[in-house]
Design a protein around this ligand. Structure first.
Ligand code: FAD
Ligand code: NAP
Length: 499
């Protein structure tokens, strides 16, 4: 993220796209763009980029791009699909850049002199053979590791997925069943297996998911609305029975109901969202979801990290996963595009919530003896589940310390709860550091720095296994990681939560 000039916010961009100004320079005409033509538009003042077969003139968007002009220029005059998918898979460019659409990429004609035709044919047959082999390999792989079956009784339809994964658990299974559409996704590292069917008949909203963890069998049990015999399960959807990279699937959203919102600090609220009845979704520790809203006619998506409804004080209490609610702690910015719209949602309104994403692995904390959490402002959110998990389920944990940076005392999230937890659990310690304290503040003050970190970040024993997690404003996180490395902590001992 780079600082944008005044008047270059996302809202300003949306306003510009609605102004009727010709943003492509083609007066609304759509053209077919050849690779040759595309490559000519590779300068800041004349920059075209192809994303998923569509070509956009991004010159007018340059100054509005949150990642900065240089990042956009990396794809200038080329097909930037892979680059965009790596960094911004969740951004809906069709919606954001629709006024910049120049046209489609032209299909490349295969024109070649006769002598070369043979080479081209050989090349394509090899290429197709490779593709076919790849397809057969993945089909076999999918068949070996994943398969599904279904059976019915008078009142139930059960879909059984055999994952052959021994460590199957509720976080790896995401099921959505609404209006006859069934979608069941099983996560396996960076790939996922999908059952996607337009069901033969209507089912009720109650869906049960049974997981036999040791044998890796997942059952999705649907209640028939009418007790009739189904001839088939239904019509397969586009992604049905596929086992592919998760990044190759579009983000799936379901509409969640806003049940309540409560104040945490003057500008931060806890939003309680209720998943639809037919949804089974547990957001893993350290992962975030995307919320999607239509703002001024444009689809806007932002990431948020689910927390717990409160910090449990009793270490015997199992982590709170009711599988029904998602709790989000969100700071409302006075000029924030998304959070202002979010704050205007009424109780009972709906908002789209995506499947979880993120690269934090629970196993990182399962082996740690000293856990150090460095949070800046709402960068506290990933720490909530992480801390609870470490204190309740990591038996080798000896110490857990949260170093929490905020501007003022009023900004400290869940201060009471954190202090109570520190009193209750002697392994846990919390240190608040304020960058803009009032005169009365007797605690530590300052910004993240090498000297502050060397004072607070310590191993409990010389050889103890340590995990340091850091999250906050991007420069805070970047500087923090550098200071930690300067202090001698290795890359493997640090996890930075970033976009
Ligand atoms: P924006 O419109 O993006 O503005 C944010 C702030 O910047 C405002 O103060 C605004 O006035 C200012 N601003 C906007 N444009 C400019 C400009 N051109 N120049 C100077 N200042 C400007 N946030 C949470 O509260 N809770 C979470 O759990 C959470 N989880 C996250 C997880 C991840 C993985 C990431 C990457 C971010 C997370 N965030 C979280 C941040 C969140 O995604 C949004 O960035 C945040 O809510 C702000 O969105 P907004 O559209 O309201 O603000
Ligand atoms: P904030 O209140 O503005 O700042 C919190 C603390 O960080 C303050 O002490 C502040 O000091 C300091 N800080 C801010 N900018 C800094 C910088 N450039 N260098 C060093 N210290 C800095 O924070 P916020 O508004 O809550 O924002 C939280 C951030 O966390 C957002 O950017 C959000 O996107 C991010 N976040 C990320 C994730 C994730 O998973 N990636 C999850 C949640 C939140 P000053 O007084 O000096 O500003």
């Amino acid at each position: 993220q780079v600082p944008l000039k005044p008047g270059r916010s996302l809202m300003d961009w949306i306003r510009l796209t609605k102004s009727g100004k010709d943003l492509t320079g083609l007066k609304g005409r759509l053209i077919e763009v050849t690779e040759d033509e595309l490559s000519k538009h590779n300068k800041k003042e004349d920059c075209w980029i192809c994303i998923r077969g569509f070509v956009y003139n991004v010159t007018p968007y340059m100054e509005y791009h949150p990642g900065g002009e240089d990042e956009l220029m990396r794809a200038a005059g080329t097909d930037g699909t892979d680059l965009f998918d790596q960094v911004h898979r969740w951004v809906n460019y069709e919606s954001m850049l629709k006024e910049c659409l120049v046209g489609r990429m032209a299909v490349k004609p295969i024109a070649a002199p006769k002598g070369e035709l043979l080479h081209i044919l050989i090349f394509y047959s090899r290429y197709l053979k490779m593709k076919l082999l790849k397809y057969l390999f993945f089909s076999l792989f999918c068949f070996l590791f994943y398969s599904y079956d279904w059976f019915q009784t008078d009142s139930l339809v059960t879909i059984v997925i055999y994952t052959k994964q021994k460590d199957m658990n509720a976080e790896l299974v995401i099921v959505d069943c609404q209006d006859k559409q069934l979608r069941g996704e099983i996560i396996m590292d960076d790939r996922s297996y999908l059952v996607e069917v337009d069901l033969d008949h209507a089912v009720s909203e109650d869906v049960a998911v049974n997981i036999a963890e040791k044998v890796g069998k997942v059952e999705i049990i649907l209640n028939k609305k009418d007790n009739i015999h189904w001839k088939t399960l239904g019509q397969p959807g586009e992604g049905h029975n596929t086992f592919i990279k998760r990044t190759d699937r579009g983000l799936f959203y379901r509409k969640c109901k806003l049940v309540s919102k409560t104040e945490v600090t003057p500008d931060t609220k806890l939003f309680y969202l209720m998943l639809p009845k037919g949804t089974h979704l547990h957001v893993p520790i350290g992962q975030h979801v995307y919320l999607k809203q239509i703002i001024a006619g444009t689809e806007v998506v932002k990431p948020y990290t689910p927390v717990l409804p409160f910090l449990p004080l009793d270490i015997q209490e199992p982590p709170h996963h009711d599988g029904v609610h998602i709790y989000l702690m969100i700071k409302i910015y006075s000029h924030g595009l998304f959070t202002q719209a979010l704050d205007h949602l009424q109780i009972g309104d709906y908002i789209s919530v995506s499947n979880p994403e993120g690269n934090f692995k629970k196993s990182q904390v399962q082996i740690s003896e000293d856990l150090l959490l460095l949070a800046g402002g709402t960068g506290f959110t990933p720490m909530v589940k992480l801390l609870n998990f470490a204190l309740t389920e990591v038996s080798c944990l000896r110490t857990a310390k949260l170093i929490f940076f905020n501007k003022t005392e009023d900004d400290i999230l869940w201060r009471n709860q954190l202090e109570q937890l520190a009193l209750k659990d002697e392994r846990f310690e919390v240190q608040f550091i304020l960058s803009q304290p009032s005169k009365d503040w007797v605690g530590k003050q300052g910004n993240i720095s090498s000297s502050l970190l060397s004072e607070f970040v310590k191993r409990s024993r010389r050889d103890s296994k340590v995990l340091i997690c850091i999250c906050g404003p991007a420069p805070f996180t970047e500087q923090g990681v550098q200071y930690l490395k300067d202090l001698g902590y290795s890359q493997g001992e640090i996890h930075a939560f970033t976009a």
